[in-house]
Ligand binder design. Structure first.
Ligand SMILES: C[S@@+](CC[C@H](N)C(=O)[O-])C[C@H]1O[C@@H](n2cnc3c(N)ncnc32)[C@H](O)[C@@H]1O
Length: 192
């Protein structure tokens, strides 16, 4: 397939890469610093790690249009205090404006898969909706908070923040991650 594509695309304005997308450096694709537009029917089994990988290149991306498992898209756009809300929702909503475009039923494929799909558009923000001094620290706080989503913040965050710090940020130390908004996580990440 790759060899055939390479032969067919010869002399055309098309470059073909055959690589593990999770290890691929997207900056290889940049031409004249133009931001990338990425389109794909993503492998559903690696969609979460792949979305996190792509976030590392957010400043080099104009937009992304993906077909994904519907459940994953529901998690991407979830709001606080809902079952689907989690680390993926917070980290993607921090980096991108996200719009679910439409659902695709299994009947659209042959053979029909067991899962429903959705098409979603992500546009990385030029400046994020909340300000965070250190993105890695923010990501760490979010990951810790959701590591045991039924546990209270004072327990999940105890390696980095004590209950007094959490309270000082205006957040109840007995709250759970799933009730916090993006701006609450940003405030927690700003505590020294
Ligand atoms: C949902 S299919 C889409 C196939 C094709 N693009 C289409 O729309 O019909 C996902 C594709 O991703 C490929 N894939 C899976 N893991 C990958 C990885 N780590 N790196 C690159 N491609 C991968 C699979 O082999 C599969 O062809």
């Amino acid at each position: 397939m790759i060899e055939w594509l390479k032969k067919t695309a010869k002399n055309q304005n098309l470059r073909i890469y055959n690589a593990d997308v999770l290890k691929f450096d997207l900056k290889t694709l940049l031409i004249d610093k133009r931001r990338l537009r990425i389109v794909g029917n993503l492998p559903y089994n690696i969609s979460t790690p792949l979305l996190f990988h792509l976030l590392n290149y957010a400043s080099n991306i104009e937009d992304m249009i993906f077909m994904l498992q519907k459940e994953v898209v529901d998690r991407m756009i979830a709001v606080p205090a809902t079952h689907d809300y989690g680390r993926l929702s917070v980290m993607l909503q921090y980096s991108c404006q996200i719009e679910k475009l439409f659902d695709v039923s299994p009947a659209a494929f042959y053979p029909p898969p067991k899962v429903e799909s959705s098409v979603v558009q992500l546009r990385p923000f030029l400046s994020p909706p909340v300000s965070v001094r250190n993105r890695e620290h923010f990501a760490h706080i979010v990951a810790l908070a959701f590591s045991q989503r039924r546990k209270m913040l004072r327990n999940t965050l105890k390696s980095v923040l004590d209950a007094k710090d959490i309270k000082a940020a205006g957040i109840d130390p007995m709250a759970r991650a799933e009730t916090l908004r993006l701006e609450d996580f940003a405030r927690l990440a700003e505590i020294n």
